[in-house]
Design a protein. Structure first.
Length: 95
């Protein structure tokens, strides 16, 4: 079982795609996450657990993630631009 810690509210339509037999997804109660999902939470001062293998930024950019620190620890960092698109496009189209 892999533990995923969500540091911000992540839409259920995304987290529900993860097999519940393989992943535990929670916003708290996970002390040793295998992965972190984040939107805007700042991770620069966060202590990276030894169990952490990946950080998924649900949106564009990775400015809130200490990429260099993660690289040194072997933590993969990636973003999901689709998460950004689905939240920003309706706003820009309305203008």
């Amino acid at each position: 079982m892999k533990n995923i810690l969500c540091l911000n509210k992540i839409a259920a339509c995304g987290t529900d795609l993860l097999d519940k037999n393989e992943y535990t997804v929670a916003t708290d109660g996970i002390d040793a996450p295998d992965a972190i999902m984040v939107r805007s939470a700042q991770l620069h001062d966060m202590e990276m657990p030894e169990t952490l293998t990946a950080i998924a930024r649900c949106g564009a950019g990775v400015n809130n993630i200490p990429v260099e620190k993660c690289t040194e620890k072997g933590v993969v960092v990636f973003n999901d631009k689709l998460g950004f698109k689905t939240t920003v496009v309706p706003v820009t189209e309305a203008e």
